[in-house]
Design a protein. Structure first.
Length: 244
C-alpha cells in the first residue's frame, strides 16, 4: 500500500508540473500555435474541457496508473525460474534431505517457492497432506496476485462514464445558452458542444490506456498461475519419488 501511494504522489506531481507549464505557455500568447506538437495540443484541450469533469477523469487516470504500475512491479518480482527451482529442490532432497530443500525455498522469492515450502513442510504427514497444503496456499497466492485488479476495472468503466456525463451536462448548458440568447447561431452553441465532446474524448482515452495495462496484468497473472500449477505437479512427483 505504501508503494501505491508513493507511485500515486509521483504521478500527480509530474502531471501538475506539466499542467503548470501549459498555463504558462497559454499566458505567453498564441504565437507558436502552429508549431505545437501533439503533447501540447493534448494539454490545451484538457484545459479547455473544464476543471470539474476533466479533473475527475484525471484522478481516475492517476489512480488507475498507480494501481497498474504497482501490480506490474509486484508481478515481475513474483516471477520465478521454476525449472531452476525444481531442479534445486530435487537435488537438495537427494543430497541433503527435507531441510535442505526447504532452505532453498526460503531463499527463493515468489509464490512458487512459497507453495513449495508449504508442500515440503507437510510432506512428513504424507503426500495427501502435501497436496492439500499446496492447493490451499496456492489459493492464497492467487489472491495476492489478483489484489487491487478489481479497482483497475472500476476506473476503466468509470472514466468513459464520467466523460459521457460531462458531455450531457455540456449539451444542457449549450441549450441553456440558446434559450438565454433567444437565437440559434453556431457561436452560441459551439463552445458548449466543444467542451462536452472533449470530456468524452478524454474519458475514452483514459479507458483505453488503462485497458492496455489491465490486459497485460491479466496475462501476467495467468502466466504465473500456470507456472504455479505445473510446478506443483512436479513437486508432488518429486515427493512421491523421494518417499519411495
Amino acid at each position: 500500500m505504501k508503494k501505491l501511494f508513493t507511485i500515486l504522489a509521483i504521478t500527480g506531481l509530474l502531471f501538475l508540473g506539466t499542467t503548470q507549464s501549459t498555463y504558462a505557455q497559454d499566458a505567453a500568447g498564441t504565437e507558436q500555435a502552429d508549431k505545437k506538437g501533439f503533447h501540447q495540443e493534448l494539454k490545451q484541450r484538457f484545459i479547455q474541457g473544464g476543471p470539474f469533469f476533466m479533473g475527475i477523469v484525471l484522478i481516475a487516470l492517476i489512480l488507475g496508473l498507480a494501481i497498474a504500475i504497482e501490480r506490474i512491479i509486484y508481478l515481475n518480482l513474483s516471477t520465478t525460474n521454476t525449472k531452476k527451482l525444481i531442479g534445486g529442490v530435487e537435488e537438495a532432497l537427494a543430497s541433503g534431505g527435507l531441510e535442505a530443500a526447504k532452505e532453498i525455498c526460503r531463499n527463493t522469492k515468489g509464490p512458487v517457492a512459497s507453495i513449495f515450502y508449504q508442500g515440503l513442510d507437510r510432506s512428513e504427514d504424507g503426500i495427501e497432506a502435501s497436496e492439500k497444503a499446496i492447493v490451499g496456499y496456492g489459493g492464497v497466492q492467487m489472491g495476492l496476485l489478483e489484489k487491487n485488479i478489481s479497482w483497475l476495472t472500476l476506473f476503466i468503466a468509470l472514466a468513459p462514464m464520467l466523460g459521457f456525463m460531462g458531455t450531457v451536462i455540456g449539451m444542457i448548458k449549450a441549450f441553456d445558452n440558446i434559450a438565454a440568447s433567444n437565437e440559434m447561431s453556431p457561436a452560441t452553441v459551439a463552445g458548449g458542444i466543444q467542451v462536452a465532446l472533449l470530456t468524452t474524448v478524454f474519458g475514452l482515452v483514459v479507458a483505453i490506456i488503462l485497458q492496455i495495462f489491465y490486459n497485460y496484468i491479466i496475462a501476467k497473472v495467468d502466466s504465473i498461475v500456470n507456472n504455479m500449477e505445473d510446478a506443483s505437479i512436479s513437486l508432488i512427483d518429486i515427493l512421491v519419488a523421494h518417499k519411495k
